[in-house]
Every structure is written in C-alpha cells, then in structure tokens.
Ligand binder design. Structure first.
Ligand SMILES: *Cc1c(COP(=O)(O)O)cnc(C)c1O
Length: 392
C-alpha cells in the first residue's frame, strides 16, 4: 500500500482518537525512518520515547525472533526465564527489590496506586487512601490515572472519576503541605514532567519530598514511564536525584518498541501485593522480556554516559542556531524540551519539521525531543540541519 491508501484505510476503520501528522511509516534503520515511497525522516521522537534502540537493531530482532520461535506466550500460571532475568537485572541495577510486569504505562501506574493503597490499608485500615500528585503531571488514560493526572483538561467527559487524589504545585513544599492530611497514603511524581512540557523537578525539592514521605510513612511513587530505561542518561531518573522511591513504574523504552511496562517495589513494599491481588494476562510476556534483556545489555554505563553527551550536544547546537521561534532548552539526557516563543505554536512548528523530514514531538506549549538513544552524530547533525533550514 502507498501512503495515501494507508491513510484512507486508517480513516475508514480506526476510531478517530489521534491527531496524526500526515505521514505513514514503513521501515527504519538506526534513527532514520522511511515512508512507503522511500522518503527518509530523521527521528527525534522514537515513537514517544519507545524505540530506544532505534530501528532494525540486529540483536533486538534476533532475540525477539528466537524467543517467538521458542515460546511466544505462557501466561503467569507458569514460569519462564526471560522476565525473571529482566527483573533480576532491573533490581540489581537500581536497588529495588521486586518487579511486576504489565503492558502499558497507565496500567503500570494503576498497579502502583493499588500497591500504595494496599500498603496503607494493611497498616492503618480504611480512610487513608488519598494520593497527592503534581499539577501539570501526566500519568495515563485509564479512569484512575486520568484523575491522577494533575491537569483539569483531562478531567472531563468520563465521569465519575476515581476518588482520592489531590494536587500540589511542583517544586513547592508549601503547596504539598497544603494538600497533606491524615487521609494521605502516597505522593506520586514524574521527576521530569514529560507530557506537561519536559519540566525537571528540582533536586532539593525531590530530596525534601523523599524525606517527608519517609517521616509520614507516605509511599513515594515515581512515574518513570517516560524518564526510565536510559532516557535521561541514567537507567532511571531517580538515580540522578539521590533517592530510592518506594515504588516506581516504567514502560515506554523498556523493551525497545514492544509493549511492556511494570512497577518495581523497594524492600519495604515488596510483599504488599500477594497472590490473586493483582494480575494481567499478557504481563511478562517472554518475547517482550527477551527484547527488554537486549535493551539492558546495550544500556551499559558507558552507553548511558553517551546519552548524556548527546543530549548536551543537541541542546547546545539548538541554542546556537538561535532560531526566532525557539527560546531556551531544558531537560535531562535525551529528554529535551524547547520553549516556543510568542507568535509561534508548537503544533505548526512540528508540522513543518515533519513535512521536511524531521520527526519531533510537542509537550505542553513547547517542543519535545526524545530521539532513539542510539542516534548517531550524523543523524543528529542532519536533524539540526533540517531545523536550521526550515525554521531559520
Ligand atoms: C506515556 C506516559 C504514561 C502513559 O503510558 P501508556 O503506555 O500510554 O499508558 C504515563 N505516565 C507517563 C509519565 C507517560 O509519559
């Protein structure tokens, strides 16, 4: 099928829930994608922070193919090797104590919320189930994670929403205290707010938050769905902040493009969920876990240091371009936000860049770049050249 046919068929048969750019993608190599007609696109998006190893990685393809040929699914009524090995690596590299595998970010966050409420119920009984989240956050699209999302635009249409969430301003301990109360069991944050606009939390704030949570026996829940698995130049963003969450979630980049997510609990929270209390049919699928193992092999400390360097390089070069539509950059590693100046809109800028062969994302009112972690120097420079040519 050509691009036109794919777009037409999609419009006819797929529910119209996405605002798509007018591009069909067919195949890719490294951080370069191609449409069915062979037009190339430099990828500064990796899906939405998912294709961390880019496209066509030989080891990733082989691991998936081999595992699919061996055993594609087993259910969680039986044991398989790949998810057990992946969980071992995740715990050893983070200091967390146990993993539950799921399939998407919102679903992982649901598990984290359930764990927090169960922890509190076990210890304190009912009436202590409120979770404080931050204004401008994003935690998913299920009914509960929509409520957890601290943006009013998401609290619409689908009433009634799940109860038990209050909101505080990021980087503001006074605002957190104002939201506190005897009914609180946890605080949930993204360390770099992704969808909200690539806004990193302050280190002092995160450390004070972690201390307060420990004092009040509130669980500190960190949503690493976007920041996790190497995106920020550490395996998990909490490793930049010198804290260990009680529970953290991960998803997007965990399996380099296959659907997989999960939560990791620390030693204190490891036994909160017992048999029959939480489950998901596809969780820990051996093919996805085999892909996740390849991602972990690639994400050595040296590789993660390169992620930080690439992020610094891109930010510096973008600032040097001094484009009229762009203000300052911000972010952590290869999670980059760019402010958009008055008079321009991020969607228009994204549309122009994409039309000219550079895939980018928006977040909040600004631009967001999440290139594959393996992006090459040449691909970064090609992408920057498109920016200069289109926006200069
Ligand atoms: C993408 C995202 C989610 C939702 O993940 P899905 O896989 O779309 O359910 C949740 N939290 C954060 C921080 C995200 O970036």
């Amino acid at each position: 099928m050509n691009s036109q046919e794919i777009k037409a068929l999609t419009g006819q048969y797929i529910l119209n829930t996405y605002g798509r750019f007018p591009v069909a993608l067919d195949h890719g190599q490294g951080a370069t994608l191609y449409d069915p007609e062979g037009k190339a696109y430099i990828d500064f998006a990796s899906g939405i922070g998912v294709a961390s190893l880019g496209y066509g990685d030989g080891d990733w393809v082989k691991a998936i193919t081999d595992q699919a040929g061996k055993l594609g699914h087993s259910s969680n009524l039986f044991y398989t090797e790949p998810p057990a090995k992946l969980a071992e690596i995740l715990c050893q590299r983070t200091g967390m104590a146990g993993v539950f595998f799921a399939n998407g970010g919102g679903e992982a966050n649901e598990g984290m919320i359930k764990l927090a409420r169960k922890y509190s119920f076990d210890k304190y009984g009912t009436g202590r189930a409120t979770i404080i989240t931050l204004n401008n956050s994003f935690h998913g699209r299920t009914i509960t994670t929509l409520t957890a999302t601290g943006q009013e635009v998401f609290h619409n249409y689908f009433f009634p929403f799940t109860e038990g969430f209050r909101y505080a301003d990021a980087n503001d301990m006074a605002s957190l205290e104002a939201a506190a109360g005897d009914d609180v069991c946890a605080v949930m944050v993204e360390l770099v707010q992704g969808e909200g606009g690539v806004l990193p939390l302050d280190r002092d704030y995160v450390q004070a938050l972690s201390k307060l949570c420990a004092e009040r026996d509130w669980l500190l829940l960190v949503d690493e769905v976007q920041t996790g698995v190497g995106r920020t130049g550490r395996l998990f963003a909490f490793q930049h902040y010198g804290i260990l969450p009680d529970v953290c979630s991960f998803a997007k980049g965990i399996a380099g493009g296959l659907p997989m997510s999960g939560i990791m609990a620390n030693a204190k929270c490891r036994e909160v969920l017992g048999p029959g209390m939480h489950a998901t049919t596809f969780g820990g699928n051996p093919v996805c876990a085999a892909a996740g193992l390849v991602v972990q092999e690639k994400l050595s400390d040296a590789f993660l240091a390169q992620v930080e360097q690439k992020g610094a390089y891109l930010r510096q070069k973008i600032e040097e371009l001094d484009l009229p539509c762009f203000g300052a950059t911000r972010g952590l590693g290869l999670m980059i936000g760019i402010a958009v100046n008055d008079g321009w809109t991020n969607k228009d800028i994204a549309g122009k860049l994409i039309e000219n062969g550079l895939l980018v994302l928006t977040a909040g009112p600004g631009m967001r770049l999440l290139p594959p972690l393996v992006i090459s120097q040449a691909e970064m420079d090609q992408g920057l050249a498109v920016m200069k040519q289109v926006l200069g």
